[in-house]
Design a binder for this molecule. Structure first.
Ligand SMILES: *Cc1c(COP(=O)(O)O)cnc(C)c1O
Length: 369
């Protein structure tokens, strides 16, 4: 049996008729940038996450960059980021000319450890970017209290957390701005690139709409040095269809996670840990083991595809050599990067495939093979 890490074709087939109708309607409408289909998605998505405003943009990285820019983050400013995240979080900061200031994660949830943030705040700190990694919200209350005390902005990177909640309230409007990616592999993914920013701040939403459209509030009148970062109408139409299924897909992920949690609980591997007040949407199911390569190779021989999110933390990437971080600068991020394995948890996995992952893992880790 084969268990691909993520089967995007299977997800497409599940709702193919709906998707094809929406795509044809969009293409036949003659409106390719802007237009009606683009209007639905932001309305639907803001209703889904419970925010007052939603601004569509070209991708998740742009959502972060535009957010920092409208908040006035620029050259010489410092922005607090997790030491363990997808590199986009850091790239957004450096694209604005600002400096990423990394903070280590909790070793159980892998989210930024809010208790370590205060020590990194300086006169130049402008913002904190918590990332809701792998589908679970970061320590938002602690972060929002610190931000208020030090007069900092909070931009949440929610690229992995569509539908997640924190203390019973959906992610989407806790911080000043919340950024989303609709990259195909995310819990809500387009059939191409896409992104959005949600917020309860009307003024920021208005500035983002101008900024993403060449800094123009009226055709050929440009008030700021904006960008071209609009959400494509075709992708918006596709996302409106997929959004209707998101709740079911997240529930399916959650059921698979419960099965893994139960079946793996006695194995000598570290399982994911979710805070009692969090509702995770299980973007990824990551386990930790010192025998990572052995487990991955064994699973691969049994047809189970795994990935590593992420094998090299940003501070050790060549791209960030100029920041002069040594090896061991962020030991938790480094040890997580050397031990983590993501196993398949996509919503289109069949019961048989889930069962195969469970049996394979048990065989391998208890040494019966
Ligand atoms: C996917 C992702 C992004 C970037 O999204 P793109 O749409 O690929 O630009 C940013 N942050 C995190 C945590 C992500 O997982």
């Amino acid at each position: 049996m084969k268990v691909p890490f993520l089967d995007l074709k299977a997800s497409f087939s599940e709702i193919q008729d709906d998707l094809e109708d929406a795509m044809l309607n969009s293409v036949r409408s003659g409106q390719y940038i802007g237009g009606d289909s683009l209007e639905y998605l932001p309305d639907d998505f803001k209703a889904f996450v419970g925010s007052d405003h939603c601004v569509g943009v070209a991708n998740g990285l742009d959502a972060l960059v535009l957010s920092l820019k409208v908040l006035g983050v620029g050259a010489g400013d410092e922005v607090i980021v997790p030491s363990n995240t997808f590199i986009a979080t850091w790239l957004a900061v450096t694209q604005c000319g600002a400096i990423p200031v990394p903070v280590e994660p909790h070793i159980d949830t892998y989210n930024i450890d809010a208790s370590l943030i205060e020590a990194k705040i300086t006169d130049r700190t402008k913002a904190i970017i918590p990332v809701h990694l792998y589908g679970q919200a970061a320590d938002l209350d602690e972060i929002l209290i610190l931000a208020k005390e030090y007069n900092l902005y909070v931009v949440e990177d929610a690229a992995q957390a569509h539908g997640a909640s924190y203390n019973g309230r959906k992610i989407g409007s806790h911080g000043d701005l919340v950024t989303w990616s609709f990259y195909p592999g995310k819990n809500l993914g387009a059939l191409g690139d896409g992104g959005a920013i949600t917020t309860n701040n009307k003024d920021l939403a208005a500035r983002l709409r101008v900024f993403r459209n060449y800094g123009s509030h009226e055709r050929y009148v440009h008030s700021v040095l904006g960008a071209n970062s609009r959400l494509d109408s075709l992708q918006a139409a596709i996302l409106s269809v997929k959004l209707k299924y998101l709740k079911d897909w997240n529930e399916r992920r959650s059921r698979i996670a419960s099965i893994y949690n139960e079946e793996f609980k006695d194995l000598p591997i570290t399982l994911p840990s979710v805070r009692t007040y969090n509702d995770s949407v299980w973007h990824l199911y990551c386990i930790r083991s010192k025998n990572r390569d052995e487990i991955r190779n064994g699973l691969s021989l049994l047809g189970v595809e795994t990935l590593i999110h992420y094998p090299i933390p940003p501070h050790l990437q060549d791209a960030y050599r100029f920041l002069n971080f040594d090896k061991n600068a962020f030991p938790l991020a480094e040890s997580i990067a050397s031990e983590l394995i993501s196993i398949p948890i996509g919503p289109s996995l069949s019961d048989l495939q889930v069962d195969h992952v469970v049996k394979s893992m048990k065989k391998l880790v208890s040494g019966d093979i």
